[in-house]
Design a protein around this ligand. Structure first.
Ligand code: XMP
Length: 321
């Protein structure tokens, strides 16, 4: 569209002017904002841009592939994946407290990103860091600009002195719907552009109790089924988010096949919301909920019970942790 084209042209010119022939770094999260920001920067300065994608082992099924294969091949961006799942999982071993989990994941994220930034800086002289800051983020944080500070949704603080970059923030004047329009105009797939928000700590805060490989596999499988069925029903855009939660420390008796089982419950938490500050539970059609329940209990061995969270926010938060 005309508006999207003119915003893109304007931002591309601004980025070129700011960056010149210098090198640029971007941390991709797999979400809409960082993906569109990086695509804009790439359109402006091509392979002066390098992206880092941290796989913390807490991603949903197919997410890493979406970034590495689909996104990278569509945009032509040089994406470097850092596989840090071992590191994150051993740091999380035995931890059950939600805030503790967030702290650990945030700390490990910054460590991993710092190391990647240092390695890349040794390879090329990087001066800029891309951030997918939107207009509402700017307003919320008082409008300040400045040096590098990975966006709070990654739950990380500032970077050390020797890794200070100037920020490139091509989405700073835009609202979410404009970012989506631009994303589509840049050729990014609808599945990415309309992606639901996903928390930085990932599935780590959707497993109640300790996070481990086996539980992650269980949750990932259940989550993929819920998402696929929601999409197949054409209702993806009707819900704000659809967290799927594994009650890792709870077991209940069930009967599957020939015998009694003692498995873990899954909680479905579809919500409608405008901005995540308040939310209501989504009235998804019973037949959709039924398909999700049947498939999860049939296909995911560890799960013998599927429940629906019917709490609004407040009093319940969207996430369980
Ligand atoms: P709650 O659970 O507080 O969530 O109702 C509100 C919104 O924030 C997301 N969320 C997070 N995002 N890091 C993030 O990047 C976090 O630690 C985190 N906790 C919650 C949640 O998914 C919802 O969109």
């Amino acid at each position: 569209s005309w508006t999207a084209d003119s915003i893109i042209d304007e931002q591309v010119a601004k980025i070129r002017q700011q960056v010149g022939d210098k090198k640029v770094l971007c941390a991709l999260s797999g979400g809409v904002d960082s993906s569109v920001a990086a695509a804009l920067v790439h359109k402006a300065v091509g392979d002066q841009l390098t992206c880092v994608f941290v796989d913390h082992g807490l991603l949903r099924a197919g997410e890493r592939e979406q970034v590495e294969k689909d996104y990278a091949s569509i945009t032509g961006i040089d994406v470097r994946t850092v596989d840090a799942s071992e590191q994150f999982l051993s740091a999380l071993a035995g931890v059950t407290d939600p805030e503790q989990k967030r702290k650990i994941i945030g700390r490990e994220f910054i460590r991993t990103f710092e190391k990647a930034a240092r390695d890349l800086s040794a390879e090329k002289d990087i001066e800029f860091l891309v951030q997918g800051t939107l207009y509402p983020d700017v307003v919320e944080s008082g409008g300040g600009t400045g040096t590098a500070n990975i966006k709070s949704h990654h739950n990380v603080g500032g970077l050390p002195e020797d890794l200070k970059f100037d920020l490139v923030e091509p989405l700073r004047t835009l609202f979410k719907d404009e970012v989506r329009t631009i994303g589509l105009q840049l050729g990014l797939p609808e599945s990415l552009v309309w992606r639901h928000p996903f928390p930085g700590p990932g599935l780590g805060i959707r497993i109640i109790g300790e996070v481990n490989r086996e539980r992650l596999e269980t949750l990932r499988a259940a989550d993929a089924i819920a998402r696929a069925e929601l999409t197949a029903a054409g209702l993806e855009r009707d819900v704000w988010q659809f967290p799927v939660v594994l009650l890792g420390d709870v077991r209940s008796v069930g009967v599957q096949g020939d015998g009694r089982t003692y498995g873990h419950p899954i909680v479905l938490r579809p919500v409608s919301s405008e901005d995540a500050m308040t939310a209501d539970w989504s009235r998804l059609p019973y037949d959709l909920l039924s398909r999700i329940s049947t498939r999860i209990t049939n296909e995911v061995r560890e799960v013998n019970r599927v429940t629906l969270d019917i709490t609004s926010k407040p009093p319940g938060t969207i996430e369980w942790e």
